[in-house]
Design a binder for this molecule. Structure first.
Ligand code: NAD
Ligand code: ZN
Length: 388
């Protein structure tokens, strides 16, 4: 073999299937839906390990016994070595890197392999952290997500990302990994506190504004009923949002975010910064609502988005029971550092999504800071009017 210089650039594609299921009671009458996702291996039943968000384990005390019954009823398909695992809920699970090591130890102790299943039941934070452990153990164990918040059912559950926080930076370590399946279940959602329940709908507003004008009309029409937790109004909006996110990942041409633009992050440059600035007093969903409000009004000032529609977006968020203002929003010196942090996380040029109209987006590479301040003032004034 000679070592004359040469180059081989070979494009290739890898087929994936993204499976989303919707159930009313996945450990009750709908258990077949989960069972059918579990392929026994040629060597016999597959190994399965369940991971629970501590808050849901407390809020639904019968859940563990229902899971055990599920496993014993499907002994032909799966075996569960060891116990059901419980991890802290919320950002705490992502903030302690030692928990990751603990998860890897549990995976090792249970002898899971690439044909085993990890079923994770929890909010977006627990899905992110357990999903990361699943992605790196043996370079990838099959992950089934059962999201238990409106936000994770409408958005991150069908995503292909996982992570934990490191060096006091959000999502600093993580991977892209396509889950084996995602199941959005109504009973699991039922114990979510009201504040968290409302949070998920800012992502639904976001994704419909970007991609689906009719969907935005739907969420606007149903907003007040959603705030009152009417599930006949909330369920179709969650599903529509999940499907728009799913569509983006499977057909948008950039599931692993190699391109500069990250349209699903509309409103997020400020949202991420606001979460930190408020010391995480603002939830992700609330911060996204504020970020969407600000970027929508900014779009009306700079990119021709109709002013009346901007008003409707603010009303929709308010009717959903989401705040569109917060004291930290007005510390614009600190807030604008969020622009640079957003750029750094992605690399390359600053690229933000803005809206010329509902259902249409553009990429922009700079922000007129005076106009952005004006947008923030207008959002505050609108908020004052709406809260009286
Ligand atoms: N991977 C992605 O693509 C992606 C996208 C968006 C957000 N995220 C991440 O998701 C996280 C936020 O997720 P979230 O909004 O789902 O909130 P969360 O996971 O922080 O959950 C909110 C709270 O509700 C509790 N809880 C969850 N389900 C419950 C239930 N059914 N009953 C009772 N209590 C319940 C949790 O323990 C937690 O205390 C953040 O860390 C964010 O960075 C990830
Ligand atoms: Zn988000």
């Amino acid at each position: 073999m000679s070592f004359e210089s040469s180059a081989f650039d070979v494009p290739f594609q890898v087929p994936f299937v993204h499976r989303l299921r919707v159930t009313r009671d996945v450990f009750g009458p709908d258990q077949q839906i989960l069972a059918e996702l579990l392929e026994p291996s040629a060597a016999g039943p597959a190994r399965i390990q369940f991971w629970l968000d501590e808050q849901i384990a407390t809020a639904q005390p019968q859940l563990k016994s229902r899971i055990r019954k599920f496993v014993s009823d499907h002994a032909d398909r799966v075996v569960m070595p060891g116990n059901i695992q419980v991890v802290p809920g919320g950002e705490a699970v992502k903030n302690d890197i030692h928990l990751l090591e603990m998860m890897l130890k549990c995976i090792n102790a249970a002898d899971l392999d690439r044909r085993s299943y990890m079923v994770v039941i929890g909010g977006g934070a627990v899905l992110d952290a357990v999903g990361f452990a699943a992605a790196i153990a043996h370079r990838g164990i099959r992950l089934i997500r059962l999201p238990t918040t409106t936000l994770s059912q409408a958005d991150s559950g069908v995503g292909v990302k996982n992570s934990v926080n490191l060096f006091q930076k959000k999502n600093w370590v993580g991977t892209f990994a396509v889950p084996w399946a995602v199941i959005n279940d109504a009973v699991l959602l039922s114990t979510l506190p009201d504040r968290d329940f409302r949070c998920g709908f800012s992502e639904a507003v976001k994704v419909t504004l970007l991609k689906d004008a009719e969907g935005f009309e739907e969420v606007s029409r149903l907003a007040t009923r959603i705030r009152q937790r009417d599930m006949t109004a909330a369920a179709p909006v969650i599903l529509r949002s999940a499907r728009l996110h799913l569509d983006h990942i499977t057909r948008g041409g950039d599931p692993f975010e190699a391109l500069e633009a990250r349209p699903l992050d509309y409103g997020h440059w400020s949202a991420h910064k606001l979460e930190v600035m408020s010391n995480f007093e603002l939830r992700h969903g609330e911060a996204v609502g504020i970020g969407v409000a600000v970027d929508t009004v900014y779009s009306s000032l700079v990119h021709g988005f109709p002013e009346a529609d901007a008003q409707r977006v603010l009303e929709c968020l308010t009717n959903l029971g989401l705040p569109v203002d917060h004291p930290v929003l007005h510390d614009t010196d600190v807030l604008f550092r969020g622009l640079e942090e957003f750029r750094q996380h992605l690399g390359g040029r600053l690229t933000l999504t803005m809206l010329p109209r509902i259902g249409q987006k553009i990429d922009v590479h700079e922000i007129d800071r005076a106009k952005m301040k004006e947008a923030i003032r207008r959002v505050r004034d609108a908020h004052r009017v709406s809260v009286g």
